[in-house]
Design a protein around this ligand. Structure first.
Ligand SMILES: Nc1ncnc2c1ncn2[C@@H]1O[C@H](COP(=O)(O)OP(=O)(O)OP(=O)(O)O)[C@@H](O)[C@H]1O
Ligand SMILES: [Mg+2]
Length: 245
């Protein structure tokens, strides 16, 4: 499965770790592949190290290349004077890991159409080469509906399977937009909501134990959308535009 997001910093790594922990808790062997890690120096922990930390080592992590500039992989590789990691190389590595693991999670860099190499290869091409479903990690707040719908539409245009949408970080007290988005995301994106991670998940002591509670059964979890149907949010507002208490 390929894990992408609507952009950088939306929680792909945290969701990947949760998915890895949930699958491992069901007895599956899991590998996490980061084809190209940008924005960290050689001696700094990258996304793979974060997944291994959060899963307490139950997931096997592999990083193929590292380019220090915090940029798209193709640009960062060019600036470092290093060969980029193209979709074929990433897909090959994923296939190799799949020989010895039940589940292989491939975390892209940034969003779906970020260039991995100077030929315009993307993580969407990796999914296409693998025939793998793509999980979309989305932000919770205002603006997420459009970004997530665009990503889902790009997947459909390429004939790729969308494994659903997971919200990477929901505040403890979600505001109006965050609450409404949880019900609107599946409608607007044409893809099911398959999980919600709480804000602060990455700092939680028992991350692995709690992870299945954040993900739907299709993602090895036990989460079911507890949100009221859309009608609950459509109650009339008062004349002043403020919902009655
Ligand atoms: N649910 C969450 N709980 C705690 N921290 C979170 C959560 N989601 C995201 N973060 C924090 O937000 C930042 C970005 O999250 P993350 O690294 O998972 O994003 P990403 O989509 O993987 O980004 P990148 O494109 O750089 O790989 C991190 O510092 C992470 O700790
Ligand atoms: Mg990441």
């Amino acid at each position: 499965m390929v894990v992408t997001g609507t952009g950088t910093g939306v929680g792909k790594t945290v969701v990947t770790a949760a998915l890895a922990a949930a699958a491992a808790a069901q007895g599956h062997t899991v590998a996490v592949l980061k084809p190209a890690q940008t924005g960290v120096c050689a001696d700094e922990p990258g996304d793979v190290a974060e997944v291994v930390r959060l899963t307490r080592g139950t997931a096997h992590g592999v990083e193929l290349a590292r380019f220090p500039d915090p940029l798209a992989p193709a640009t960062a590789a060019r600036r470092a004077g290093l060969p980029p990691v193209g979709p074929e190389q990433a897909a090959h590595a994923a296939r190799e890991l799949a020989r010895t693991h039940d589940l292989v999670l491939v975390e892209g860099a940034g969003g779906l159409l970020v260039h991995l190499d100077d030929r315009g290869g993307t993580v969407a091409d990796v999914a296409g080469l693998l025939g793998a479903p793509v999980l979309v990690v989305a932000a919770a707040g205002l603006g997420t509906l459009n970004a997530t719908a665009l990503t889902a539409e790009a997947l459909r245009a390429r004939g790729l399977e969308c494994a659903g949408v997971v919200v990477g970080s929901l505040p403890e007290s979600p505001g109006l937009a965050e609450r409404c988005n949880l019900t609107d995301l599946p409608t607007v994106c044409g893809a099911p909501l398959r999980g919600v991670l709480p804000q602060g998940a990455a700092e939680m002591e028992d991350f692995s134990g709690r992870a299945p509670g954040w993900l739907a059964p299709q993602l090895y979890g036990s989460w079911h959308a507890p949100y009221a149907p859309r009608a609950a949010y459509d109650e009339p507002v008062s004349a002043g535009g403020v919902r009655p208490a």
